[in-house]
Design a protein around this ligand. Structure first.
Ligand code: SF4
Length: 147
């Protein structure tokens, strides 16, 4: 993850105050990495997508959208890049923060794949090489266990 989990320093401090009421954790979350500058449009698209499906219960949902989008810039499984224990944790996070969006993931698609597929569909792009998932050679990239 990038510094401050991909948030601005001010947003990160708001998040910490909101959830933990503990100042002074900045250095703990300084990885020395930045969001890739050539992918900021992609980050914004992901954030917008998640916010369209947010619960509307907490300001934390906005921070979480930015954090999840920042995690999507990394190369591993999204739950792992976010520092979670499993895909189930990420599923719980997505359902809690972005319930209407998460409800669309009826087949338990891997979350990063799911988010990008939503973006493609919104732009009218069919990114799939097969007419259905059942006969697709990329099936295991989209579904199945993540270890
Ligand atoms: S399994 Fe294949 S057809 Fe299904 S969403 Fe993934 S890429 Fe598309």
């Amino acid at each position: 993850m990038p510094d401050w989990l991909g948030l601005s320093p001010a947003a990160f401090r708001c998040l910490m105050a909101h959830h933990f009421r503990r100042p002074g954790m900045d250095s703990f979350l300084m990885s020395g990495r930045e969001l890739p500058k050539n992918r900021l449009d992609e980050v914004e698209d992901l954030v917008r997508l998640m916010l369209m499906g947010k619960a509307g219960d907490s300001p934390s949902e906005v921070w979480m959208a930015h954090i999840v989008a920042a995690g999507c810039m990394a190369a591993e499984h999204l739950w792992r890049d976010l520092g979670l224990w499993s895909r189930e944790d990420l599923t719980a996070l997505m359902r809690r923060n972005f319930p209407t969006l998460a409800a669309l993931n009826v087949k338990d698609m891997k979350w990063k794949r799911f988010l990008y597929k939503q973006l493609c569909e919104a732009d009218g792009i069919d990114s799939c090489r097969a007419p259905s998932c059942e006969i697709c050679m990329d099936y295991h990239a989209c579904f199945g266990p993540e270890h």
